[in-house]
Design a protein around this ligand. Structure first.
Ligand SMILES: Cc1cc2nc3c(=O)[nH]c(=O)nc-3n(C[C@H](O)[C@H](O)[C@H](O)COP(=O)(O)O)c2cc1C
Length: 232
């Protein structure tokens, strides 16, 4: 073999050896690296916790103070600052849970005086009326969990809520009632809501005396109730 041939053979041998080394080096270095990256990515992803994933949340509420006339203050409403007792609870829930919040505004304002409002509402209840309400800016049927707040009116839900339940089919949703009162507590209204929305799951609500809205104790009571529902 000439010197030139010897050199060519040696060079080819060196190239084959170095390519093999390079190839095996790539396999060793890249594959575990890729596995590590995937494992790291998986470790970084928040664990999917179905139980705490409550879906899209809406807090809806009605009170005598929900009027089209923005500055109107109803004496039928125990006020906490410039919001009604039911609105105050709705806002506490919203602060704790998040989601959207919306008031149900009747198309015809309720009388602002307590006695006048009481008479007007009694007539609605006695006649099983379905008072209209203003279009909502949200579609309740697009939510998973709907908190619904109201004051006790004549031992039951205000009739405008009957209109609401007639309007929307909340089958498959979770409904969480909350209400204010002056002694009747929930008055069996959570069962009424379940009857109106038989396809929904109605959870155990919370009944708060209107006059105790606004206090730290009541806020704590609401927070504890929310934690107990397992939705927080
Ligand atoms: C028309 C009307 C009817 C009411 N009926 C009842 C009732 O049957 N039982 C009760 O405990 N409280 C009753 N209340 C008291 C309210 O439920 C209570 O004051 C509530 O806190 C009002 O909520 P708001 O601040 O959101 O308006 C009635 C109040 C009004 C104005």
């Amino acid at each position: 073999m000439t010197m030139r041939k010897l050199l060519a053979v040696s060079l080819a041998l060196v190239m084959v050896l170095s390519l093999a080394a390079c190839g095996s080096g790539q396999t060793k270095n890249e594959e575990p690296a890729a596995e590590e990256t995937l494992a790291e990515e998986q470790a970084e992803e928040p664990a999917s916790d179905e139980a705490s994933d409550t879906g899209k949340v809406l807090v809806l509420y009605f009170s005598a103070d929900n009027t089209k006339e923005v500055d109107a203050v109803s004496s039928a409403t125990p006020m906490v600052g410039d919001v009604s007792s039911t609105q105050w609870i709705a806002e506490v829930i919203h602060e704790e849970i998040g989601g959207d919040i919306e008031g149900i505004i009747p198309s015809v304002d309720y009388p602002l005086g307590y006695d006048e409002c009481a008479d007007y509402a009694k007539q609605e209840t006695d006649t099983d009326a379905r008072p209209a309400f203003e279009a909502l800016s949200v579609d309740p049927e697009s939510y998973d969990v709907i908190y619904i707040g109201y004051p006790m009116w004549w031992y039951t839900i205000p009739m405008v809520l009957e209109t609401f339940f007639d309007t929307y089919d909340l089958s498959g949703k979770t409904i969480v009632p909350f209400n204010t009162h002056a002694g009747s507590r929930d008055g069996g209204t959570y069962s009424v809501i379940q009857e109106r929305e038989p396809g929904a799951t109605v959870l155990e609500g919370i009944a708060i005396s209107g006059s105790s809205a606004g206090s730290d104790d009541t806020r704590q009571q609401i927070t504890d109730w929310l934690s107990g529902l397992g939705l927080k």
